[in-house]
Ligand binder design. Structure first.
Ligand SMILES: [Zn+2]
Length: 299
């Protein structure tokens, strides 16, 4: 048995339970209309992935339904007895001082972050599904924003989530991090990749590591997961034990990869010559769980 950090031994952003999704209400048109008529209901405006911020710049500026613009209404859920919707404002160019989940995500409360993640994932799904994938017919929105029904063949389409694995590979004393050619100098991160059709998560971990760096994987241990709505991923985090250590970078997805001892992680991060992923990324949580403490600096 290899000694891996315990699941969720470090907090993972965007993974905190933040509100009730009240999925049973999505098809209740009367209830949805009543809640929209209640000015205590809160509305998130989302335009091109941007949303308005409160004056402190660290919270969502929630509007009353009367103050919200026209657009597709999505039921997000309920929090402390208050119902929350999002409105997708298509074609509206958001002001530059509006935030995105990537930029202000780390500053938001868990409740705001959870509601924005849900809205962002739904918005990406609506944006990418304009026509029926089966027959090309037009789609109409139902079920509080969670069903797209084809007006031609009648088929219903539902939001999709694409699983991806993200893994910290370790040989016990060292962690393997890689970098893409397009990244600024010094930036490194954990390896990651999408799960193939018909593949288990553990198989995906071993295959991705073999493809990207040519390292063979033995034991794999679950760490935690994180929704990543850019556009529709679920990042499933693992620790993976390397049974070979020679690196053969594919040169396609990765430009370089190297082994870091814990001392090297700390001293190079302190010196600023190593830039680790930060913000809302689960990659940071994997690295700090393995390092067993916080590390300085980030992208
Ligand atoms: Zn159709």
């Amino acid at each position: 048995m290899v000694d891996f950090p315990s699941p969720y031994s470090v907090d993972i952003a965007l993974s905190v339970r933040s509100h009730e999704r009240i999925g049973g209400r999505r098809t209740d048109a009367t209830w949805l209309a009543e809640r929209w008529a209640d000015q205590a209901t809160r509305v998130l405006v989302l335009a091109g992935g941007r949303f308005p911020l409160g004056e402190d710049g660290t919270s969502v500026k929630w509007l009353s339904p009367d103050a919200a613009p026209e657009g597709e209404r999505l039921l997000l859920g309920e929090c402390d007895g208050v119902v929350h919707f999002a409105v997708l404002s298509r074609g509206y160019r958001a002001p530059d001082d509006w935030g995105t989940l990537r930029t202000v995500g780390p500053l938001l409360s868990a409740t705001d972050a959870g509601l924005v993640v849900q809205a962002q994932a739904l918005a990406e799904w609506h944006r990418a599904h304009r026509f029926c994938p089966r027959c090309g017919g037009g789609l109409t929105v139902h079920g509080g924003g969670y069903v797209l029904r084809c007006s031609s063949c009648g088929r219903e389409h539902f939001p999709r989530t694409d699983p991806a694995v993200i893994m910290l590979v370790t040989d016990g004393d060292r962690a393997l991090l890689g970098r893409q050619a397009s990244w600024p100098p010094g930036r490194y991160s954990t390896l990651a990749g999408f799960v193939d059709p018909g593949e288990s998560l553990e198989q995906a971990v071993a295959r991705e590591v073999a493809e990207e760096v040519g390292v063979e994987i033995g034991e794999v241990s679950y760490f935690g997961n994180q929704p990543w709505p850019f556009p529709s991923s679920l990042m499933v985090g693992f620790f993976a034990h390397a049974v070979t250590t020679e690196i053969d970078v594919d040169g396609d997805e990765l430009e370089a990869a190297r082994w870091f001892t814990r001392d090297e992680l700390r001293t190079e991060a302190e010196a600023g010559t190593l830039l680790l992923p930060g913000g809302i990324s689960i990659s940071r949580s994997l690295v700090e769980a393995w390092y067993d403490g916080p590390l300085p600096g980030s992208w």
